[in-house]
Structures are given as structure tokens and as C-alpha cells.
Design a protein around this ligand. Structure first.
Ligand code: FMN
Length: 223
């Protein structure tokens, strides 16, 4: 019997890791936008680590929203993890959007963040986690989501902004063994078990609100 409100974190963690499959980079190199003063505008670099595409989609939405607001922004795939010096080059703020698989953020994201933390000069960091535990309203902050809380504590990160987004359940895209394991976890945590369906849980207004938070963090960084 699973206690009501259980998020299944222990169940997810008890299952075996799956190798990441996406290895292509999606860097977008844009020249810095000059400001009225002639100085380059602060650049926000949105880094993402995604296996099945939802963290990438969320990163894309952040790029769109910040771009709509006139913020210079580009995107960088963290799979495989790039050298930190390259990833921070020219950036005033780095945002990491990382998916959770089997109890942990994708390895490349963890590797990148550990190196980021050790690197001598890095811009401020904003951090977002994408997982299915966050489909429960009580698991959507850095304090209440077990994956993001542990990641921040383990690496000693000091993000200027954090977010937790519910991801997507895409049963048809999973290999058979993953599908069975996830159906079982959904069964005990009160989620859908129909192995033929796709459920997108991401709350897009929350993603837009995170974009606004990032935007708001910029002037203080510039000063
Ligand atoms: C193999 C697999 C393992 C997963 N493990 C977890 C988990 O441990 N905890 C959780 O909350 N969600 C878990 N999820 C849900 C993913 O975090 C969610 O599907 C997310 O959208 C994945 O991001 P991506 O599409 O960018 O790869 C898992 C999904 C898959 C396919």
C-alpha cells in the first residue's frame, strides 16, 4: 500500500538508468545585440539536457519568451556536456533546464553543473528541473521537489532563480521495459497507465513566469 500523496521518488530511484540517446548539439550563435550605449546587451544562454524532448521544448519556449521581451538569448545542448568555458563564453546569465530519468538529472547535466560550480568565473545560474513527480502540485519548487533539492544540495549550487516543471509521459516512445516500469510507477502514484497514450503535464504559463523571472534578474546582474 502506497501512502496517499506519495510521489514515487523512491520507486523511480530504485529502477535502472537508461542511457541517454540524444547527442546532437543545437547551439544557436547570434551576434551580441548592441545597446544604445554601444555596449553588447546581456546575453542569456539557455542550456538544456533532454532525452525525450520535453526539456528541450521548455528551453525553446524560454528562448521565445525572452526573445519576445527583447532579451538577447541563445540555446545550447548539454548532451554531451560541453566545456564550461565554452558554455559561459559571452553569457551574462546561464539557465540550465534538465530532465530527470530514474531518480537523477541526466548525467551530462550533472557533470556540467559540477564543473560549473568548480569553474573560476561563471555568470549567475538559473536552474529548472523537468520530471513527472512535479505533476503533483506539492512537488513543484526547489524546496519540495526531491530531485532539484538534492541536486542543489549535493553540488552546493546557488541559483538566482529555480523552477520545477512537470514533463511529458510518452508511452509509445518508450522501449518495452521502460514502459512497463513507468506504468507500474504510475499505477502506485495514481497516474495514467494506458500504455498507448501521451500526456503532457507541462504548465506553460509557469514556464512563461520563469522567463519573466530570468528577465527580472538581468538588470541586477548588469549593475
Ligand atoms: C526512462 C524514464 C525514467 C524516468 N524517471 C523519472 C523519475 O525518476 N522521476 C520522475 O519524476 N520522472 C521520471 N521520468 C519522467 C521524465 O522526467 C519526463 O518524462 C520528462 O518529460 C523527461 O524529459 P525529456 O523529455 O526532456 O527527456 C522518467 C521518464 C522516463 C522515460
Amino acid at each position: 500500500m502506497v501512502p496517499s500523496g506519495a510521489d514515487g521518488a523512491a520507486l523511480w530511484a530504485a529502477t535502472p538508468p537508461t542511457p541517454a540517446t540524444m547527442t546532437d548539439h543545437a547551439d544557436v550563435d547570434r551576434p551580441p545585440t548592441p545597446t544604445a550605449s554601444g555596449l553588447p546587451a546581456p546575453l542569456v544562454r539557455i542550456c538544456f539536457a533532454s532525452r525525450d524532448g520535453q526539456a528541450r521544448k521548455i528551453a525553446g519556449r524560454l528562448v521565445e519568451r525572452l526573445g519576445d521581451d527583447g532579451v538577447a538569448v541563445d540555446m545550447l545542448d548539454l548532451v554531451p556536456a560541453p566545456p564550461v568555458a565554452e558554455a559561459v563564453d559571452g553569457a551574462s546569465l546561464v539557465v540550465v533546464v534538465a530532465a530527470v530519468l530514474y531518480g537523477k538529472h541526466l548525467k551530462d547535466a550533472q557533470r556540467f553543473l559540477a564543473a560549473y560550480q568548480q569553474h573560476a568565473e561563471t555568470p549567475p545560474l538559473a536552474l529548472a528541473s523537468v520530471n513527472l513527480t512535479a505533476r503533483k502540485p506539492g512537488k513543484r519548487t526547489a524546496e519540495t521537489n526531491p530531485y532539484l533539492r538534492k541536486l542543489i544540495a549535493r553540488l552546493g549550487l546557488q541559483p538566482v532563480a529555480t523552477a520545477v516543471f512537470a514533463g511529458r509521459l510518452n508511452y509509445p516512445a518508450y522501449r518495452w521495459s521502460d514502459r512497463q516500469i513507468i506504468r507500474f510507477i504510475m499505477l502506485v502514484t495514481g497516474g495514467p497507465t494506458d500504455g498507448k497514450s501521451v500526456f503532457e503535464y507541462t504548465d506553460w504559463p509557469s514556464v512563461d513566469a520563469f522567463a519573466a523571472e530570468i528577465r527580472a534578474a538581468l538588470p541586477s546582474i548588469r549593475a
